[in-house]
Design a binder for this molecule. Structure first.
Ligand SMILES: Nc1ncnc2c1ncn2[C@@H]1O[C@H](COP(=O)(O)OP(=O)(O)OP(=O)(O)O)[C@@H](O)[C@H]1O
Length: 573
């Protein structure tokens, strides 16, 4: 938490004024029982109507001023805590943007979303309550005790007996419930992640008719959470009757002792009422204090989890004076890649060299390592053995930004972002003109359907690009990469949803680009890569064949099998 306090910088005034106004409010509250005592003793005792009205006006005044102080404190506390949370979210977002794919794999997107949302909210809530109540509640408890002892220390001895008992009940329930609330939180996390997974995969769930079993699974998790919540709720609910029993016993004792002392004219009736008021003020504040402690401990746990993310040292950093330019030739030297936490290597002993402007086809069965191989070029992952070079230089010696600005990547999953088509295409190069965008769309075989849209480049893109078909999304992501005019273009199975004719036209258009990039085409279709200058055949993370189509047909059994199986199906073009 300490580390997070740097994000409170600039809110010093709010952190002082918030609690200060809360203390002022509490001071006015502590005066109320005294005024009430005066109304009873002097006003009612002497049947002095004017005095009663004056004192009632004082009570209203105290209430209004107290309310004003409370609202002011709330304003400062909210300003500081909301500002703190906003900065924290921004810092988290920036850190997550800087994480490597490897770091992201370890954390997982669900965890990162939880850190950015509910954890930050919890910390914001904890900060707000701390600013308002951390000083106020103990101040009222102490103040009310002092006032009670000043009124009549003998009668106030009842406080000395009741308050420790009250504290035992309130804090005992708090200590018991705190760890259970943690279990509730983790149950809630489970329900949330089940919901998220189910909603993201809703089409698959329906396609496989899994609605019933998914509902059953969900109900099981949900019922477990409900049982735990009800159980914890019941125990917490015991707190109120127990504290009220104690407070009423205390009140009875106070009235009993007070009556005797009023009879013997040691204290007045008003003083007894004031003592009763102080007792209930103490009760309310003890309950608030217990809630505050629960909230602070929850906030601290969340703050530690947030710190955990902020503390991650990005595992990928480029040297500050790294390589910024070079030709677009790519070479793999004895490359090995083992993902963090994976049992074995996903790539091993991969060697090949590609000259600038050549086209490389990468083919192999599912899970053979095709995506892993191309992800090493823009340094999405670092090799765990050997080296990958671009322009003759190890990618780890490149300035990371410069390296990535030269590579256009079209990932397997076509992802578009909410906005317009233009917004999405400008991701490739924000300075691109409309003419550049249309050229990229033309090459990506997307200009026809984009120009048919009523708003053209200004056509809205809904979340995830769901208002476009799979094939249209693929072509738009290819256009986005082309807008960058990359020196190296990686198409990771990005034409899988296109028909053969469109796929062919796309490859021809890319190959005839004026400054033809070095192109990596990952595909399961032999037809997509057979005209490449070099084809790399992967099997179980190893390059079992490297050469041209003709060479591989003669010398690589796996390639021949893939080709012939597709040829037989008539896939060949
Ligand atoms: N982020 C990751 N963390 C751990 N293991 C991974 C990760 N990505 C891929 N793998 C593993 O590495 C191996 C190669 O995966 P990769 O995605 O490169 O295969 P692929 O040939 O592109 O497969 P496909 O054609 O199905 O997309 C697989 O066994 C996969 O389980």
């Amino acid at each position: 938490m300490k580390k997070l306090l740097i994000y409170m910088k600039g809110f010093r005034k709010e952190c002082v004024l918030g609690p200060l106004f809360k203390l002022l409010e509490a001071s006015f509250e502590l005066l109320v029982p005294l005024v009430m005592a005066a109304v009873i003793d002097t006003g009612i005792g002497n049947r002095d109507r004017d005095y009663i009205i004056r004192m009632c006006a004082v009570l209203v005044g105290l209430g209004v001023v107290g309310l004003a102080c409370s609202l002011t404190a709330q304003y400062f506390a909210a300003k500081a805590s909301v500002g703190f949370a906003a900065r924290l979210r921004a810092a988290l977002f920036e850190r997550i943007q800087g994480l490597s794919f490897s770091d992201m794999d370890v954390q997982g997107p669900s965890t990162l979303i939880t850190r950015m949302t509910s954890d930050v909210n919890q910390v914001q809530n904890g900060m707000n309550l701390t600013l308002r109540l951390l000083l106020r509640s103990p101040f009222v408890v102490l103040g009310a005790m002092v006032m009670a002892f000043t009124i009549d220390w003998r009668a106030a001895l009842i406080f000395a007996a009741v308050i420790p008992l009250l504290s035992v009940v309130v804090f005992g329930v708090m200590l018991w419930t705190m760890p259970r609330y943690k279990q509730v939180q983790s149950g809630l996390d489970k329900v949330l992640s089940a919901t998220r997974e189910n909603l993201t995969g809703v089409r698959v769930v329906r396609a496989f008719g899994r609605e019933e079993s998914e509902t059953e699974d969900f109900e099981r998790e949900n019922n477990a959470l409900t049982h735990l919540q009800v159980f914890v709720g019941r125990v917490s609910a015991l707190m109120n009757p127990m504290t009220y029993i104690l407070i009423n016993l205390g009140a009875m004792a106070l009235i009993w002792v007070g009556a005797i002392r009023v009879d013997t004219a040691i204290i007045t009736q008003g003083a007894v009422v004031a003592l009763l008021n102080y007792m209930s003020q103490i009760l309310v504040e003890l309950v608030k204090l217990a809630n505050l402690i629960i909230n602070i401990s929850k906030a601290l746990a969340c703050a530690n989890r947030i710190s955990g993310i902020l503390d991650i040292k990005p595992s990928l950093t480029g040297p500050l004076d790294g390589q910024k330019a070079g030709n677009a030739g790519v070479s793999f030297h004895n490359v090995e890649l083992t993902y963090k936490g994976a049992g074995g290597p996903s790539l091993s002993g991969v060697n090949f060299e590609i000259k600038a402007g050549e086209t490389v086809g990468i083919i192999g069965g599912t899970g053979s390592g095709k995506s892993s191989l191309v992800s090493l070029i823009p340094r999405f992952y670092d090799v765990t053995g050997g080296r990958v070079s671009v322009g003759g230089l190890d990618v780890r010696d490149w300035d990371l930004e410069a390296l990535r600005s030269r590579v256009g990547v079209v990932p397997q999953k076509a992802v578009l972002f909410t906005g317009t088509l233009r917004d999405n295409l400008l991701w490739g190069n924000e300075d691109a003109t409309d003419n550049d965008l249309w050229q990229a769309l033309e090459t990506a075989q997307a200009s026809e359907f984009v120009s048919a849209k009523p708003k053209g480049l200004d056509e809205p893109v809904e979340q995830g690009g769901r208002n476009f078909s799979g094939g249209q999304r693929q072509r738009l992501t290819i256009a986005r990469a082309l807008v960058r005019k990359p020196d190296i273009l990686i198409l990771d199975d990005s034409a899988s949803a296109l028909d053969f004719a469109t796929d062919l036209k796309l490859r021809q258009a890319i190959s005839s680009l004026p400054n033809k990039p070095t192109i990596f085409i990952v595909s399961q279709r032999a037809s997509s890569i057979q005209h490449a200058d070099t084809i790399v055949v992967l099997d179980n993370g190893q390059a079992v064949g490297i050469g041209t189509h003709q060479e591989l047909l003669l010398g690589c059994e796996l390639y021949r099998e893939i080709y012939e199986s597709q040829f037989d199906r008539g896939d060949r073009k």
